[in-house]
Structures are given as C-alpha cells and as structure tokens.
Design a protein around this ligand. Structure first.
Ligand SMILES: [Zn+2]
Length: 394
C-alpha cells in the first residue's frame, strides 16, 4: 500500500474535515463541562472527571537530534508530521492537557550502541512528566497520579542485549520494550530476537513490535514486506507462549490474518495506531474493511489497545479516537461529524449499547493498564469493585 504510492496519502489530507477541538470533551466529559471547573486548564480539569479514562498506548519521543532525523524521513517518505511544533513546545504534555489520562512513551534503536542512552533518556522523560503532574495535582493525597509509562529498546544482536534490557527494566523502571522490524531490519523470528524474548519473559515484561507489513517505505534498508508477515509473528507466538506481544497498527495490511491469530493465541495483542485515522483507507469508501475491523474491535476488545503514533501523524490527533468510538460504540460515521451539538444529538447516541461501552473502556484504557502494568491508582481511579467495574468518584 505504501511503497511508491506516496501521493495516495494526500488524497485524505484535506478531507474529511477536522473534528471540533473539544470533541473529546463533548463525547466523554460533557458532565464535567457542565460543572464549569476551570481551576486548571479546562482540558486537564475535564480529564479528572472523565467517566472513561483514556490511555494513549503508542506515543513517540526521542532525543531531539534523532527526532529531527525521524521527521526528515517522514517528510520525505511518509507524510508531513503535523505536531512538530507542539512536540517541541510541550512534548507529550499536550495529550494530557487534551484530556488523555496516561501515555505510553516509546523509543527504538536503529543501530548498535545507542539503546542504553535512549532508555536513560526515556526514563528521565517519564520521571519528569510524572513529577510535573504529581505537583500539579492537589486532590486526595492518597491518590497518586502518574501520566506516563515508558518502553525501552535494544538493537537485536548487539553486544550485551540481556544486560541492556535488564537495566531498562530495573534501573530505568521501564515497563516493556518497543522493537521495530522495519527500522531494525530484523524479522521478528530472527534468531537474534530469541534472547530479547527470553529476557522479556524473565522479567515478565511485554513487547510492542512493529512486525506487520505496513506502513512501509521503499526508503527502508530492507523490504519490510518480506521480513514482516503474520506467519512470522505466529512463529514467535508458538515458540514463546509466555511472551506477551503487541503488534501495532492492527497488523496493517493483514487485518484478517492478525484477526485469525488473535483467535489462536491468547498472548497476542494489537494496537489501533493510525488504522482508524481515515488516512490509509477511508472508512466510508471501504465498507467491507470497516466492517471487518469493527468486528475485530468488538470480538477482541480484551486484547486491542488505543494508540495514536503522536506526534508523527498527519491529521488531527483525535480523529482516530472519534472513529474508534464511532466504530465500537456507534454507527461508524465519526469523520463526518463537524459540530458538537449534532454529535450529541446524532443517531450514534441512540445506537450505543452496554456491550459497546464496555468494549470501548477496554480498548481505551483497561487493556493498556493491564498489558503495561499501569495500576488503576496511577490513573486516579478507585480500585475495582467485586464485579470488575470501576466507579469513578472524581
Ligand atoms: Zn509508532
């Protein structure tokens, strides 16, 4: 889909229209808006009272020199990165201020010898962010609020892989690792990955690995279409049944194949990143695919997580969220919504079901909370009741 077809991306760039800036608030947080709490930024205050917290399980940070290189790559071979200036000004604080409760921050190594520094950078970034928001938070002192979790990285086959990962998980307090078959030029079932998986299992940490074929680019050093395939991931799932693996982008462009893998392997998870932004495919035009993704989201709502790829996306960050909500819990028409009143009065509200609401909660935060070990207390949530539901008292 991606290779050699860059203009295709721009077909969706100006259409559909962006969602209203307060869309998130209008969907989840309308009750809080009515209370008129404006003591902190409006979005921050609203996020505190959201009935359904949101974890963005796929957010990129890098030391700036590396991020500049990533952006140059994206600008040349993928799409214009929309949130460069916002990232430079606020980092992932932006998402928290928009009402996202917690972010999972990622780095990945593209060569030997840089993983330790990246992991250290990430650890500091996570710590700084959490301290900043802990200070801003003056609610019940028994409730702690953490806004960020980090996933470290390592280059497969580099000297000291096990030590680098052990350091990431212990000294740096990172909650898992992020690997990228396209950038690292290593197939998920390459023998050099075995010690990576074994160390993750030893420390009971999950792995997020871009092992699907897309988004791909001819500019990569390898043909990612060849070293990535659902069958390669299946090989790993078979050989490491104790390893918890998340494949981003819902396995794009092998949705059906990954759908089938979810059925067979309980240790497989997927994240939604960029699949619902109406950028790679229009939800309206390819109804069959939209329906298939909707089925996947509902059927496996216990193993799919919401993520955005922020800041390296070309569209309004909440467009994907809008489409996700619409697909799981509505009529699949979110990208057409242009004003909040219409949204609140729309047929989607009437189509909401308890099943859809529960699936949405799992996809928006519960699964990421479990997969990346983010305690409910860190999200400022009370502990679960006996029936597993949470009662928001904030
Ligand atoms: Zn990503």
């Amino acid at each position: 889909m991606c290779q050699g077809s860059v203009p295709e991306y721009f077909a969706f760039k100006d259409s559909p229209p962006d969602l209203p800036p307060r869309w998130l608030a209008s969907r989840f947080l309308v009750a809080a808006a009515e209370q008129g709490d404006r003591t902190l930024s409006a979005e921050y205050a609203l996020s505190q009272t959201a009935p359904c917290p949101i974890i963005d399980a796929h957010v990129h940070v890098f030391p700036q020199k590396l991020m500049d290189a990533v952006w140059t790559f994206f600008d040349n071979f993928y799409w214009p990165v929309r949130y460069k200036e916002t990232y430079l000004a606020t980092r992932a604080d932006f998402l928290i201020e928009q009402g996202v409760r917690h972010v999972v921050l990622l780095v990945y190594a593209h060569k030997n010898g840089i993983a330790r520094d990246l992991n250290k950078f990430l650890s500091t970034t996570v710590q700084d962010m959490n301290e900043r928001y802990a200070l801003a938070h003056d609610m019940d002192p028994n409730l702690r609020r953490r806004v960020a979790t980090g996933l470290g990285t390592v280059m497969p086959g580099e000297p000291g892989v096990k030590d680098i990962l052990a350091e990431a998980f212990t000294t740096f307090g990172l909650s898992g690792i992020k690997m990228h078959s396209h950038v690292q030029c290593v197939a998920a079932n390459h023998p050099s990955m075995d010690e990576v998986y074994e160390t993750c299992i030893r420390f009971q940490k999950p792995i997020l690995i871009h092992a699907g074929k897309e988004p791909n680019s001819s500019a990569y050093k390898v043909d990612a279409g060849k070293i990535c395939d659902a069958s390669i991931v299946e090989d790993v799932l078979n050989r490491f049944p104790d390893l918890r693996i998340c494949v981003p982008h819902l396995g794009m462009n092998q949705y059906q194949e990954f759908f089938d893998l979810l059925e067979k392997y309980p240790n497989l998870y997927l994240d939604t990143t960029m699949t619902l932004g109406a950028f790679f495919q229009s939800m309206d035009e390819d109804k069959a695919m939209t329906l298939m993704i909707r089925t996947m989201l509902l059927q496996y709502s216990d193993r799919i997580m919401y993520g955005t790829d922020w800041p390296n996306i070309p569209y309004d960050w909440c467009r994907e969220l809008a489409n996700l909500v619409s697909l799981v819990d509505g009529d699949g028409e979110a990208t057409r919504v242009t004003d909040t009143d219409a949204l609140l009065k729309s047929a989607r509200g009437q189509k909401r079901t308890a099943k859809g609401e529960q699936a949405l909660e799992r996809i928006l935060w519960r699964n990421a909370s479990e997969f990346y070990s983010i305690p409910a207390e860190d999200l400022c949530l009370p502990l679960a009741k006996d029936d597993g539901t949470l009662q928001s008292n904030l």
